[in-house]
Every structure is written in structure tokens, then in C-alpha cells.
Write a protein that binds this ligand. Structure first.
Ligand SMILES: [Zn+2]
Length: 190
């Protein structure tokens, strides 16, 4: 009798597991297509609501420091472990602490504290600049290499203007070595 009860429980357990696995499979298969506002990818925690006052004040700072105007809609912002962030945006281990991915949102390494640490809020501001750059017509005529390089230069410039504005002596340094773009003038003649 006891054995029978256990086997009934086991089969219920098994059914539960199958359902869980199936749910995970469906979530994987429909991955990026259902990735709407705040739908977190595996390992990431949505923090848009939690950080909303910070995000809005940083967007306002960008409007003061540049020609961008921020839409009412906020990008999705996720927090995730450093290792998962690296796996998401780098081909090998790297020291990335934040990234903006079009159609997904902003990813922040979980050790960042943009609500309290001015350097970290400047990092989030940098990614919010990328959010505002996305699809902007001023980049439309550029080659993809030139476009990415120009976007980075601008994001660093606004990040550093923000650091100056809040009285921080620190500056973010842009290493443009990874953007070895062919010269726009001579590219066609080669
Ligand atoms: Zn950047």
C-alpha cells in the first residue's frame, strides 16, 4: 500500500517535471520573438520599474547634454551576473559591465549600483545614449563600422559631459582600436 502511494506520487512528480521541461522548451523556442517589455532572458532580472526614477533622471540629463529627446517609453533594463553578461556580448571573457542590445534593452552587471554610485549611473547613462541612438537618421548614411564607431564616440562624450556636470573628476576612456574602419573616401577605389 505504501509503495503504491509512493508510485502515484512519483508519477505526479514526473508529470510535473515534464510540464516544467516543456515550458522551458517553449520559452527557448519562442525566445527573442516574445521578448517584449521586461520579458527577461535566462539569468536576467528586470529592473526597469525599480530603477525608473534613475533612468528618467539620466534621460533628462542626456537631453540637457545633447540634441536627443527622450521618448516617454523606457527601454527594458535587466540586471544579470557578470559571467552571463560576458557570455552574451563578448566572444571571450571580457570586462564589459553594461550593454545595450537593440530589441532587448539595457543589461547591467549585477555589481553595478546606478542609484548610488555616480560612476555606475554614468555607465547606465552611456547605454541609454545607445538606446536613443538606435534608428536615428543621423547615422543612416554611414557604413556599419563607421556608424558603430561614431555612436561609441558620442556615447563616451555624453558620458564624460555627465561626469563633469555632476562634479566627478573621473572620465571614461574610449579605445577606438577595435573600430578599424576603412577610410570612407578611399574604400571604393580599393
Ligand atoms: Zn558604448
Amino acid at each position: 500500500m505504501r509503495k503504491r502511494v509512493r508510485s502515484v506520487r512519483d508519477s505526479a512528480e514526473m508529470t510535473k517535471r515534464v510540464v516544467v521541461v516543456l515550458t522551458m522548451l517553449v520559452a527557448c523556442m519562442s525566445g527573442p520573438m516574445v521578448l517584449g517589455q521586461d520579458r527577461a532572458p535566462p539569468g536576467a532580472v528586470p529592473v526597469t520599474a525599480e530603477l525608473e526614477p534613475t533612468i528618467r533622471s539620466l534621460l533628462h540629463a542626456i537631453e540637457i547634454l545633447s540634441d536627443y529627446s527622450a521618448p516617454a517609453a523606457l527601454p527594458s533594463v535587466f540586471r544579470l551576473p557578470q559571467s552571463l553578461l560576458e557570455a552574451k556580448v563578448c566572444e571571450e571573457p571580457c570586462s564589459v559591465t553594461a550593454a545595450y542590445l537593440p530589441r532587448e534593452g539595457v543589461y547591467l552587471a549585477e555589481n553595478l549600483d546606478p542609484e548610488r554610485d555616480p560612476q555606475d549611473s554614468a555607465v547606465l547613462l552611456h547605454e541609454l545614449v545607445h538606446y536613443l541612438q538606435q534608428g536615428h537618421p543621423k547615422f543612416a548614411h554611414m557604413s556599419s563600422c563607421q556608424r558603430e564607431k561614431t555612436k561609441e564616440q558620442e556615447a563616451y562624450a555624453i558620458q564624460n559631459a555627465y561626469l563633469a556636470m555632476i562634479g566627478s573628476g573621473k572620465r571614461a576612456v574610449f579605445y577606438d582600436g577595435e573600430f578599424d574602419c576603412p577610410d570612407e573616401q578611399t574604400a571604393g577605389s580599393r
